[in-house]
Design a binder for this molecule. Structure first.
Ligand code: HEM
Length: 166
């Protein structure tokens, strides 16, 4: 379902006319939507590793958390770069407030994810409690960024490929 908004409002009517098709897509599939699953899954995996480390004190979970935090950050930066290209290049995306709300939430997430990885690299003893708390914050911000990203797709119809039923 796409959000029609208040088309009597001249500003919203003008925005609704702008193109929202993805500028970075492979065979019609937006690359950003394909890549965001990696940071989402890895941020949650880091939280899981921290909880298991807290519970078992097994250093295996410390190493697992270090790697998943690093890849959460790296894949998040990759997805964020593609998202930023979409945001800046596509007129119907950059003119929507919802796109900027998503970008701000995503940048907060990437900052926390980077800090979480750096903490594990340089101060592994601080994983309990600081790493665990950062993982909790990152998981909350992932929910916020992901929810706003989903709004772009399901409410604003950005990047959708709708074909007529034959
Ligand atoms: C500055 C960074 C980012 C910008 C500017 C950005 C921008 C966008 C844009 C324009 C869309 C609409 C779909 C498209 O055009 O491809 C989108 C969708 C989405 N974004 Fe981001 N994004 C950023 C980072 C992230 C990150 C780090 C995550 C991971 C939590 C994320 C999660 C999502 C999700 C879940 C969707 C909906 C995709 C779907 O349901 O298939 N974004 N984003």
């Amino acid at each position: 379902m796409s959000e029609s908004g208040n088309l009597d409002n001249p500003v919203e009517a003008k925005i609704s006319e702008k193109d929202v098709s993805s500028a970075v897509a492979v065979a019609g599939h937006p690359l950003h939507a394909m890549s965001v699953h990696f940071p989402i899954a890895l941020v949650i995996a880091t939280l899981g590793a921290d909880v298991f480390y807290w519970w078992s004190a097994d250093p295996f979970w410390l190493r697992a958390g270090l790697w998943s935090a690093g890849f959460a950050f790296a894949t998040g930066v990759g997805a964020g770069l593609v998202g930023t290209v979409e945001l800046l290049l596509v007129p119907g995306i950059r003119s929507r407030v919802a796109s900027w709300a998503h970008a701000v939430a995503a940048m907060m997430l990437l900052s926390v994810a980077g800090l979480n990885w750096g903490l594990r690299l340089h101060m592994p003893d601080a994983v309990l409690p600081h790493g665990l708390l950062l993982s909790l914050l990152a998981a909350g911000l992932t929910g916020l960024a992901g929810w706003h990203g989903g709004k772009l797709i399901f409410h604003h119809g950005i990047g959708l490929m709708v074909t007529p039923r034959g």
